[in-house]
Structure formats: C-alpha cells, structure tokens
Design a protein around this ligand. Structure first.
Ligand SMILES: [Zn+2]
Length: 108
C-alpha cells in the first residue's frame, strides 16, 4: 500500500512488533492465506506502508507501530488480499474482497 492513503497520522497507539505479527497471523487465517504467507518482515519503508510478493513475503513499515489499529488493519488486509488473489491489481474484485473483510458483506 502506498503512503499518503492513511486517514490520520495524529492518533497513535504504540504496539510491539510481536503484536503486529500476531495481527497479521490472525488475518491470514481469516483470509485463508496462512499457508501462502511465508515470511513477515518489519522494517522502515520510505514510500509504502507495506508490500507483499507473490511468493508470500510480506514487508510491513515499522512506522505502523505508531498508527491506529484501524489503519493497521486496512494495511494488513490490503496486502493479504493481494496475496490471496495472487496479483497486485486494485481491480473491482480486489476492492470488493478488501471491503468485505474489513467491514463485512452486508454493509455499503
Ligand atoms: Zn495494493
């Protein structure tokens, strides 16, 4: 996910790396990519909040520690849906799935 898409940088909740990794693991189970997620890396990133490779290597920006739980969730789900669909496109299927995982199927 590119930077500049975040809603707010003002509210922060500091969390530890282990918690971030735990959040990723919980979502990988929900989204059904647990098997495909091979590596989780956390490091400073200049231009992105996160990225994922088709081989299952997820990299998260260390600055996510200082973001809200809601924003971390958006970033994590975004990347894991890319992994699920096995492409980097933000097409309508990608957007529908991301919305469904974040907000449920019945909301508009
Ligand atoms: Zn993306």
């Amino acid at each position: 996910m590119k930077r500049g898409e975040e809603k707010s940088l003002h509210v922060s909740e500091a969390i530890t790396r282990d918690l971030l990794v735990q959040e990723v693991k919980v979502w990988s189970r929900r989204i059904g990519v647990e098997e495909r997620l091979k590596e989780i890396h956390v490091r400073p990133m200049k231009r992105k909040w996160a990225s994922v490779s088709t081989r299952g290597r997820l990299t998260l920006n260390a600055e996510l520690f200082a973001q809200t739980a809601e924003f971390r969730r958006e970033v994590i789900v975004h990347e894991l849906v890319h992994l699920k669909l096995n492409h980097g496109s933000h097409n309508s299927l990608f957007r529908a799935l991301t919305r469904a995982y974040l907000y449920g199927l019945n909301t508009r």
